[in-house]
Write a protein that binds this ligand. Structure first.
Ligand code: GLN
Length: 365
């Protein structure tokens, strides 16, 4: 069944439909990872977006039960060069096509994804639609032009109620802005006693859970769309150690008086080099973001830039000068991607331990 991919700049691609037959609209973004399509599709940070994968053969190892980053994917569509109809891997339980049908996500194959990616890199991220071959492109383009993408997508993907993920170690409150399971997995691997809370939980409610540490998760959309989370972080800063990832990092920056801005086409892939300015070491990192902390806005705040992207020099990590708090723009939980930065979770646990020790010493004094 033929389908069209129509971009707001007027470009029309024709390809072969797979997955769900529903028409879709979203922001078209590209990810350069060679593997990891299952994790990418189920990463809630892609809420509202149509993802194109630059690697040309997708679906060849199928879909398995272990690699989901969320139960309900929020991505709006998938664009590939070639969809492997017959997966081959010992873990495969489902084909990509069957998974997309089950989750009602439309896909389009046979697209020149290199050309599409070059358009996005030149123009910046564009709105687009995957729709039937009979649709009139002019009407779709007019609809795309007049359509603003929904704000506060965090509301769509965050949990509605708090839930525990028990362990016998440090008590961590994980604020869910659209969390990837990988973050929860890393905390559970370190035996943390985790309580996951909705994005709009107040600082007071979080403090009433007596946490030893707080994690701010990744999530979709513009950080400025979630002012309640900024207020929450302000109420927590300096009281409990904080660690933020991606959207959590951006919200933390805003809470501390820095600014964020939309990037031309963002960073999405599994091989983004990031330099730690304190050690000079470079880590290969997994990334998925379209916004960034504005470097100039950090001066004059209590924040220090700790990491930068080597491809474009943008801010990749922040630490607070006096409070126990640090954040990164990239994904130390990987899923998919390299695990070079995984030690940041240990750093968080060490920070939690140090703050607990200090609290005991202060209580004794
Ligand atoms: N993965 C994320 O948390 C993404 C953060 C934010 N939505 C951005 O695109 O920049």
């Amino acid at each position: 069944m033929k389908k069209q991919l129509i971009l707001e700049d007027g470009t029309v691609f024709v390809g072969e439909g797979f997955g769900s037959e529903t028409a879709t609209i979203g922001e078209v973004v590209f990810n350069t990872g060679m593997t990891g399509y299952q994790e990418i599709l189920s990463d809630p940070s892609y809420c509202g977006q149509i993802v194109t994968l630059t690697y040309p053969l997708i679906g060849n190892y199928g879909i398995n039960r272990d690699d989901f980053e969320s139960i309900s994917p929020a991505v709006r569509g998938l664009v590939v060069k070639e969809n492997a109809e017959y997966p081959s891997n010992w873990r495969s339980e489902l084909s990509l096509d069957a998974y997309l049908k089950m989750k009602d996500i439309p896909g389009i194959a046979g697209i020149d994804t290199r050309k599409l990616t070059k358009i996005i890199r030149k123009h910046g991220t564009l709105k687009g639609s995957i729709c039937g071959i009979d649709e009139n492109p002019q009407e779709i383009i007019a609809a795309l032009e007049s359509r603003t993408l929904p704000n506060n997508q965090v509301m769509e993907v965050s949990t509605k109620t708090a839930y525990p993920s028990p362990g016998r170690g440090h008590r961590v409150v994980l604020v869910d802005f659209g969390l990837k399971h990988g973050i929860l997995r890393e905390l559970n691997d370190r035996n943390c006693d985790v309580v996951v809370v909705p994005y709009n939980t107040t600082a007071q409610e979080i403090l009433s859970l007596s946490p030893d540490g707080i994690m701010l998760s990744n999530g979709p959309g513009d950080p400025k769309d979630v002012p309640e989370a900024i207020e929450m972080i302000q109420g927590l800063l300096g009281k409990v150690p904080l660690f933020g990832i991606c959207l959590g990092h951006q919200l933390f920056a805003l809470a501390c008086g820095a600014n964020t801005e939309k990037m031309k086409f963002g960073h999405r892939g599994s091989n983004h080099p990031v330099k730690d300015l304190r050690t000079g070491k470079v880590a290969m990192t997994s990334q998925n973001h379209g916004y960034t902390v504005t470097e100039d806005s950090v001066a004059g705040t209590e924040l220090e830039v700790t990491h930068i992207a080597l491809n474009d020099g943008t801010v990749e990590g922040l630490a607070h000068k006096t409070a126990a708090a640090f954040t990164v723009q990239y994904h130390p939980e990987a899923s998919p991607g390299p695990e070079d930065a995984n030690g940041l979770f240990n750093q968080f646990i060490e920070l939690v331990k140090a703050e607990k020790k200090e609290a005991v010493t202060n209580a004794k004094a």
